[in-house]
Design a binder for this molecule. Sequence first.
Ligand SMILES: C[S@@+](CC[C@H](N)C(=O)[O-])C[C@H]1O[C@@H](n2cnc3c(N)ncnc32)[C@H](O)[C@@H]1O
Length: 258
Amino acid sequence: MPKEHNRRVEARPRDLLSRRGNYGFDAPAVPLYLGGGGVVLLGFAILSATVWDGGTWALFPLLGGLFMLLSTASYIYTTRAGKFAVWAEILRNLGLREDEHVLEMGCGRGAVLLMAAKLLPQGRAVGLDLWRTVDQSGNSMEMTLENAELEGVRDRVELKTGDITQMPFPDGSVDVVLSALTIHNIKDRHARLKAVDEAVRVLKPAGRLAIADIGHTAEYADRLRQLGMSDVQVRGLGWRYWYGGPWVATTLVTAKKP
Ligand SMILES: C[S@@+](CC[C@H](N)C(=O)[O-])C[C@H]1O[C@@H](n2cnc3c(N)ncnc32)[C@H](O)[C@@H]1O
């Protein structure tokens, strides 16, 4: 008989998707510029076709404007809904036990961290972040704590300020490490690899890792293999996690520590 405190929680994506927190927009300048550019181009197309009698030349700004507006719609869908649906499935596939200790590297306002926390009634969900508002609108530790309250998981959530390339956690102390759209923000390759090294360092033996990102995922997978991680897998996460279109798609890297 499995012990009560070791029970595996059946993660039901629908339960996870009923949100009460406020999660902002990822890289908020991007949809602003994309949407703004789309509106300007459409305005230009309308003026070109009507006032300036531009004829077929109006087609170029019209197509450009429509393209940018569709891209904005994809971006907004992903950041407000799509990423939540995808992470509900990823967390389900991870088969979290209710007493596990989960760490998210770069948790921001808690979109992923607080979903994980819902699956950990006896466990802990720890978020580490630098709270950069350029990467997520309204990003702050206070905002994430407020979201934890709203989601009813404040009792098991802990937040820390720090850099994911130098994590303030002991070796082998975490069951599951998560990261969503964070590591690519580090421009220097060596520093990105250091973040991957840190993820592996803090994992317990048999710990699991899931990194979702819009770039450098082959680099993360190679590093994980070099570090001796097992079952390293890379897969695309589909249209619900496109930031504007398939040219900015999110890929998942998963692995286990032997
Ligand atoms: C696009 S947001 C994603 C937040 C959250 N994971 C989500 O999916 O909603 C990226 C996050 O990474 C954080 N971040 C960027 N570089 C970091 C670093 N070197 N160390 C810690 N956090 C970092 C930002 O502050 C931001 O909260």
